[in-house]
Design a protein around this ligand. Structure first.
Ligand code: NAD
Length: 472
């Protein structure tokens, strides 16, 4: 948040002034800090469909944090929730859910995995309608289902896909409280792979992720590591690590226990050295689009026993409308933002310098999804990254490697600070949370993808944009 806006928000006169000129007055997002004892602390209301398949896994996860679990006592499925809670060793408290009730919740979780067809959707209404006003600020709504393309019938596919539209709309309704809503689709048989996605989404680490969909598939189950040091013993490469989002990714991965190799171009050496010295990381200097970069990276990873997390963050913009764009701007943008990543991955795979169980994360962009005036080159490169990730997920699964993309929206960096005041204010407020994100929000998502327990999370494209109103 800009200092000016923050100052205005932090005094009553300022807040009413901003409200009167039509600018939203957002509630500050509660982000992760190392003093938080566990991944979630607060009151959770659980609901479920008939034949819900994920309740055991949800409750098993809630046992590991400081959740107080409630369920609607009058729900048809109450007995199933009680039984699952008992199995997980969680105390579940039945509560009368009705308009005007006093209890407030930090999370509402609904397991819709048993939905058969559109008629079942009214169960969403019965669960959420009485409690929509009971969500605390910075609260979470999580709806779980099964992937619609693997449904048993067209009717079931419709009911599953409906969860996405429902959750995205809920996100828009609760965003003013800085509360978020996401859906998680868990493939049949992948229930034990749910943990990392569930813990990330319910935690403060996902503060700026909103209205998103995560897919969890079948993979070797890796027990959840230490919440504060999930990357202990891992080697991570971060390109473009000297500043901006890349710097934050490097710091976050190091905070989580990884040994970081930061790569950037030679003119950025001073900044890169400073950042790497602060986090005990190693330095690689070079242009990722050069012919020698893939081998240089592969050799460095070999020295450290192979890479466990490869983060393709380095990227450039060279904006002009297509009619005015010089050819070399087009080529440079596509080469750095897209082709370099492919060449590097190919070299690491060929040399075996990317370890089994590793993760590749590519930084895409909201503009790659929505398109942007003056960014045909940039949007093509960033949309290309999405296609690459979605295609490669199956290929890499054979090698037990995951690949995912994060698509940032308006992220507060030195670059966005330089945008003229009014344009910047509009850019940062046009989302459900009415505020810009921070580089750390992108970094947390990358750390989640790189978490060894995220072995079933591959082929995902997650926007970190506070549910921007711009774009698809
Ligand atoms: P930035 O310009 O602040 O940092 C990019 C870093 O990459 C720099 O340190 C730069 O030196 C390095 N780099 C550029 N070309 C390189 C090359 N050929 N070889 C090696 N290093 C190179 O940008 P940022 O805002 O931190 O963005 C990081 C990534 O996030 C980019 O891929 C960008 O497209 C994407 N992104 C940013 C935003 C945003 O709001 N800032 C939004 C969407 C996507």
């Amino acid at each position: 948040m800009s200092n000016f806006y923050e100052t205005m928000l932090n005094n009553n006169l300022g807040r009413s002034l901003l409200k009167n000129v039509g600018l939203p007055t957002p509630i500050e997002l509660k982000r992760y800090n190392t003093s938080q004892e566990t991944y979630f602390e607060g009151k959770v209301l659980i609901g479920s469909s008939e034949n819900a398949g994920l309740l055991d896994d949800v409750l098993r996860n809630l046992k590991d944090c400081k959740a107080t679990v409630y369920f609607p006592a009058a729900a048809r499925t109450a007995a199933g929730i009680v039984a699952a809670a008992k199995k997980a060793g969680v105390k579940a408290i039945g509560i009368e859910c009705k308009k005007g009730m006093r209890e407030k919740f930090d999370a509402l979780v609904f397991d819709a995995s048993g939905f058969e067809d559109g008629h079942d959707l009214n169960q969403l209404y019965y669960f959420f309608n009485p409690v929509m006003r009971q969500i605390n600020s910075n609260g979470r709504v999580i709806v779980l289902g099964r992937p619609h393309l693997k449904a048993k019938s067209g009717e079931q596919a419709a009911a599953m896909r409906a969860l996405e539209g429902f959750t995205r709309s809920v996100a828009k309704e609760i965003g003013k409280k800085s509360a978020t809503a996401q859906s998680i689709y868990v493939e049949e048989g992948a229930d034990a792979n749910l943990d990392s996605a569930f813990r990330f989404v319910i935690s403060a680490k996902s503060a700026y992720m909103d209205g998103q969909v995560l897919h969890v598939g079948k993979a070797d189950v890796v027990g959840y590591p230490d919440w504060h040091k999930p990357l202990a013993g891992k080697v991570a490469l971060v390109t473009g690590a000297a500043r901006g989002i890349g710097e934050s990714i490097a710091r976050t991965l190091a905070r989580d226990g990884a040994k970081v190799i930061g790569l950037d171009i030679p003119p950025a050496e001073k900044d890169l050295s400073r950042v790497m010295a602060e986090i005990g990381g190693d330095i690689l200097l070079g242009d990722i689009s050069s012919a020698e970069a893939p081998q240089m990276i592969s050799d460095k990873l070999k020295e450290l026993g192979g890479g466990d997390l490869i983060v393709h963050n380095a990227g450039i913009t060279r904006d002009k409308t297509l009619a005015n764009m010089p050819e070399h701007w087009w080529d440079m943008t596509i080469n750095i933002n897209l082709c370099a990543e492919e060449n590097i991955n190919n070299a690491l795979l060929k040399d075996g310098t990317i370890n089994e169980g590793a993760s590749i994360v590519c930084v895409s962009s909201m503009n790659g999804i929505a398109g942007q005036l003056g960014q045909t080159n940039y949007a093509a490169s960033k949309a290309g990254v999405i296609g690459y990730v979605q295609y490669m997920a199956d290929e890499l699964a054979k090698k037990k490697i995951t690949i995912n993309a994060v698509a940032p929206g308006f992220i507060e960096t030195q670059m966005t600070d330089a945008i003229p005041f009014m344009t910047r204010e509009v850019g940062r407020r046009l989302n459900s949370l009415s505020q810009g994100g921070k580089p750390v929000d992108v970094a947390e998502t990358i750390a989640f993808f790189g978490n060894p327990a995220s072995s079933g999370v591959s082929g995902n494209v997650v926007r970190i944009c506070g549910q921007s109103l711009v774009g698809a």
